[in-house]
Design a protein around this ligand. Structure first.
Ligand code: CP
Length: 317
């Protein structure tokens, strides 16, 4: 059962979802009638390559018609606050916008990044929450302020495919980036990894601690090289500070993932959600090596999206 897919908390049985993903990968068109006469709107408040394309491809495999709407470009500027006197630049309230979109479509996918100005607002997940409340239709999270569950499910599928031991060591490492990025991918990755039997470690410079709701029970190692020792998977990602909310408190280039550091691992596979800045987050020598699995990882975005859409269509006939 999956009414919405906004986080791992919407997954009733993770092992079963993984089993379904395997079947989807083997036979992508096995359920091409499931979405017949159904439609989905993919609503983008922010840019995307993988999510935009892979979710459409997944829908195509299910016979589900998809409309992509870049709301910031072609739509009205939305108001999310209750009781506002709407004399400013926001022409439409989410109460009407969500309700109207809900009249047109059977599933609504939403991408809405953290604003990185107000932690409480971002962590309240206002946009996803309001659409859930007013659209009256199943909501698919295409990356929200605090989570990117389609990416995390993809990451889990990819690790399952490439792991050589039952309990691989999986290291999430912070890496430098010139701009402030949300914590969503890192939060979500740890949330999903926390649901496995893997040995999970997170490494970052002091000042980049994530919300404890996501790191609970996961060791934080401040020495990146120590964390890399005997790792089976290195997952690199930048995120901005939670404590000094949305700030870049360090751009320390010594945290870039290099071929030299990869030698400390057990020939670990290198992963990143993409897009990735070459020679800032990770050296060419790693990204272009056999150890990098970023392309098969990105390919699995279709598998993850299709598996989730199947489950949503079954739950919401
Ligand atoms: N990883 C990911 O979500 O990529 P896009 O931002 O390009 O969709």
């Amino acid at each position: 059962m999956m009414k919405h897919f906004t986080s791992i908390h919407d997954v009733a049985d993770l092992a079963e979802l993984l089993r379904q993903a395997k079947l989807v990968k083997e036979k992508p068109f096995a359920r091409e009638q499931l979405g017949h006469h159904k439609s989905m709107c993919l609503l983008f408040f922010n840019a995307s390559l993988r999510t935009r394309l892979s979710t459409q491809k997944a829908a195509f495999h299910l016979g589900l018609h998809t409309v992509v709407f870049d709301i910031q470009q072609g739509g009205w500027n939305l108001e999310f606050e209750d009781g506002t006197v709407m004399r400013g630049d926001k022409a439409e309230h989410v109460k009407e916008a969500a309700a109207v979109i809900g009249q047109y479509f059977d599933i609504i996918g939403i991408r809405t990044f953290a604003g990185l100005k107000n932690k409480e607002e971002d962590y309240a997940e206002q946009v996803i929450g309001q659409f859930k409340r007013y659209a009256g239709k199943p909501i698919l999270n295409l990356e929200s302020s605090t989570r990117h569950p389609l990416q995390s499910f993809t990451d889990l599928i990819t690790i399952e495919e490439h792991k050589k031991t039952e309990k691989p060591k999986v290291v999430l490492t912070w890496a430098p980036h010139p701009r402030a990025l949300p914590q969503a991918v890192a939060n979500s990755f740890l949330e999903w990894m926390g649901a496995t039997a893997y040995e999970v470690v997170v490494t970052h410079p002091p000042g980049y601690e994530l919300d404890e709701a996501f790191t609970k029970g996961i060791p934080i190692v401040y020495d990146q090289q120590e964390a890399f020792e005997n790792a089976d998977f290195i997952y690199a990602k930048n995120w901005s500070s939670l404590k000094e909310y949305g700030k870049v408190v360090s751009e320390d280039q010594s945290w870039m993932v290099t071929a030299e550091k990869m030698k400390l691992t057990r020939q670990a596979k290198f992963m990143h959600c993409l897009p990735v800045r070459r020679n800032v987050i990770v050296e060419d020598a790693v990204l272009d090596s056999d150890q990098s699995i970023v392309i098969p990882q990105a390919a699995n975005r279709v598998v993850a999206a299709q598996t989730v859409l199947q489950e949503m269509l079954r739950t919401n006939p």
